[in-house]
Every structure is written in C-alpha cells, then in structure tokens.
Design a protein around this ligand. Sequence first.
Ligand code: HPA
Ligand code: ZN
Length: 393
Amino acid sequence: MKLVRFLSRKNKKNWFAVWLNVVVMFGFLVTAAQSYAGENNADMRAFLEQMPKAELHLHLEGSLDPQTVSRLANNNDLNFFNSADDVKKSLSNREPGLNGFLSHYNKALQVLKTQDDFYNATYELLRILDQNNIIYVDLFFDPQEHTRRGISFDEFFNGIDKGRIEGEKAFGIKVNLIMCINRNLSVQSAIEALEQAENYKDKIIGFGMDSGPEYGNPPLKFKDVFARARREGYYLTGHHDVHVQDSVKHIWQSLDIIKLDRIDHGLDAVNDAELVTALRERNICLTGSPVKRTSDPEPQDIDAIRKLDDNGVCVSLHSDDPGQFESGYLSNMMILVQEAGEFSKADMTRLMLNAFRALWLSDEEKKSYINKLKTYAAANTVVWNEVTRTKSK
Ligand code: HPA
Ligand code: ZN
C-alpha cells in the first residue's frame, strides 16, 4: 500500500526517481555485460595467442608482406612492385579465386633473387612464427618457380637451409621443409626438380604439389613422380584447394592411387560422406586454411571445418600465405576462426591437437609435442576429455 501511495499519480517526483533508477540500473547492466564479454574476448585471445602451435601449411614465398616485396624489388632493380602500395593494389585488384591469387603470388615471389634474400626471408619468417608461439613448422617452398627464373636449386636452397638452421637455433623452433611441385607445369619439369633435390634429400622431409589450376591438372598426372618421391624416402602431400571443379574426385585419387600421407586444404571432402569416412578411418589429416581476404566478412569455410571435426576427421588450421592474406599469421587466424565459429577453448585445442597428430615424426616425438599442448590446456582449465571427445574413465 505504501508503494501505491508513493507512486500515486500526484507524486510525479517519485515516478521520476523510479524512472531514473531503472535507467541507471539498465546502463549498469549493459556496461557490466560489455565488460564481461570484453574480458572473455581478451581471455580467449590470450589463450589462442599463447597456445603452443604447429604450422603445417605455410609457403615461404607467401610469407613476403607488401613492404618486404617492394624493398626486395627495389634492391634487386626490378621495375615492378616499387612501393608497398603497388603490392597492396595488385592484391586487392586481383581476379577472384585461386588463379587470381596465384598470378599475384607468382609475380611477387620473383623479388627473391639472391641466396641472401632466401636466407633473410626464412630467418625473418621464423622470428614471426616464434612470436606466434609456433614450436614446429613444416615449411613449403616452390623450387620450379625459382629455377625457371635461372636461379639454381643449390643457390636458393642453401639460403633457405641456412635461414632454417640459424632460425631453429635463435628461436627454438623445429623446422622441416617440403618441396612443392607446380601442378600446372610438366611431368618432366617435376622430375627435374626431384633430381635437383637429390643432394639435399636428408634436409627435405616432404614432397608436395601446389599451384593451379587444379582442374585439368589432377594428381594422377604426377602418379609416377609421386611414386619415385616415395621410393626416395619423402613423405607425400598435395594441395586440394577449396571450391575447385572435380576436387572431390581428385581427393579420392590422392587417397586411393597416389596414397598421400596428408592433404593440404581438402575441405571440399565435406561434400562426400564416404570420403569423410575414408579420411577418418585412414587417419589422413587435412591442413585447412580458412584464410580471410579483405573483401571477406569472416574466414572462409568455417562450416566445413566444423562438420569435418564433428565427424572425427583430423582437420587443423594454418595460415597458408600469411604475408598476403588479411588473416595473417596463425594466432590471428585462430582468433578470427574462433570468433566466427564461436568455438570453445576445447574445440580450438582439438584443432591444434590435430596438427600435432599430423606431424611426420616418431610416435614418441609426437607425444612429447602433444604433452606440451596438454600441459597448456590443463593450465588453462581446459578439460582434456572435452578436447579429445572421449569419456573419462
Ligand atoms: N594453393 C595452391 N597453390 C598455392 C597456394 C594455395 O593455397 N598458396 C601458394 N601456392
Ligand atoms: Zn597452400
């Protein structure tokens, strides 16, 4: 009754006081919710940034950022890409799709000329990977793109290798190298690349395939080259870019005929239930790369990644060409993916666990890397059974 009297029509002042209180309370709740969400975001970002990581899909040539490309172009007296803006324009004006990207990529990599250029690019890349808490990297390089410009395999490889050795020492990262043949060049050219690598076989862990277009250049084209690389002791991997005509058919070829150990990208597999089962049962990992271009609202293919992960496929996240995509390096890409897909800490840890599962190392070495991730998860109160999606005993 007292309240009724207090709020009686005549008592306008009291009505005003109530209204004021409601407004103030509402403002307080909104601010509290915002600050809680902000803290949560900051906490998630720090969790992803500091997570120990493995990077398995990264092209040395794609790590060159616009400033580096233009600096090298000027140092090497090239008459293109003389400013970072030129490079940025070329990136933003490129044709959509893989081919548009590759025509920029294949031009930008031409600024690498001397052994020192390759050394610096590798060493400086490892510095950035260390800042991303990457503790293991399988690094791609494209030999034919350099030899076809008149730079010998020995010349550029010694630069990369020196950068690798010194970077490993300086930053404590384990680095392995994967040479990629260019799928739109000839079989003969791929064989020549394999022969040129002969002297460095012990320093190269894997033999891969990249570039494009994929349509018209299926894995079968290189069946004999892959077989020879296998005999020579390389692990095998190959690119199957997303949204490519016949990509599902090509992934089947890579699984059944070429017998790749790993598949780069490969997310189109999500469109074929039998292929999803085959990847899971044969334990073939996909090095996904949901890059973000300037025009994309968010990283691509989040739904495919979620679906493959939910179906038990070993799928992981990688940066591909971090100097050339807005998604950048792995920490940033993981933050973008987490936000877009609203993944939990356990989900993000599982995607990284998949990368460590995919390493071409002995079981013991893999276990030691996985234990680092496990310790990190525990320190961040992430329940390991939720990461592995197994029931506790
Ligand atoms: N796909 C094919 N070739 C490439 C890529 C890629 O994502 N990046 C660099 N070369
Ligand atoms: Zn790639």
